[in-house]
Design a protein around this ligand. Structure first.
Ligand code: NI
Length: 193
């Protein structure tokens, strides 16, 4: 029985390697409970749901427009990576929809988001909504956030992650925000088919 399982294991390995470069491998986030349905409002004031993005790969990043450092740096990297893909692999780029979901719906109105997302990439979609709707989508994506009062107002602490979601809405991997845009390009080219 043991040797039978071993034989099956070898056969399975051979089958995988026979696919060569066409097979990207097991997604790091395969089976993770990340993602799910949402109903939010985009930067044009239009109601959108997860179903609007079915069939496309999505980059999902949570943050807020008042973020002094982390969000703009990350969004600049994502934007730069997508501009590179737009030029060198448009057939891949056009399958990807980048989403910026605010964790600060109080200040991030559709109009505020519209101005903000335009700084990073023409296709970047900003999403806001009622506080309960934001809380729900953040929870679905395992993103935590918390208001931190300051003398002049408040900051929002938040999880720093950019998910790559597949056309089926399931998570594939998180993008390497700690690296430079070419590393993000390489990751997208690896997974997006
Ligand atoms: Ni931030």
């Amino acid at each position: 029985m043991n040797s039978m399982f071993r034989t099956l294991g070898v056969a399975a390995l051979l089958a995988v390697s026979a696919c060569g470069t066409a097979n990207p491998g097991e997604p790091p986030l395969a089976g993770a409970r990340i993602g799910g349905p949402f109903t939010l409002v985009d930067q044009n004031g239009k109601t959108v749901t997860d179903a609007n993005f079915a069939g496309t790969y999505r980059i999902v990043y949570f943050g807020y427009t008042y973020c002094p450092d982390v969000c703009p740096t990350d969004l600049a990297k994502i934007g730069a990576a997508l501009r590179t893909l737009d030029k060198q692999a448009p057939q891949i780029a056009q399958k990807i929809v980048p989403l910026f979901v605010t964790v600060d719906p109080e200040r991030d109105t559709p109009a505020a988001l519209k101005q903000y997302v335009a700084n990073f990439h023409p296709r970047l979609i900003g999403l806001t909504g009622k506080p309960e709707a934001i809380a729900q989508v953040a929870k679905a994506y395992a993103v935590a956030y918390m208001k931190q009062p300051t003398p002049s107002g408040y900051l929002m602490g938040h999880t720093q992650v950019a998910y790559l979601m597949g056309p089926d809405g399931k998570p594939i991997t998180s993008l390497p925000l700690e690296k430079d845009p070419p590393a993000i390009v390489a990751e997208l080219e690896h997974w997006v088919r």
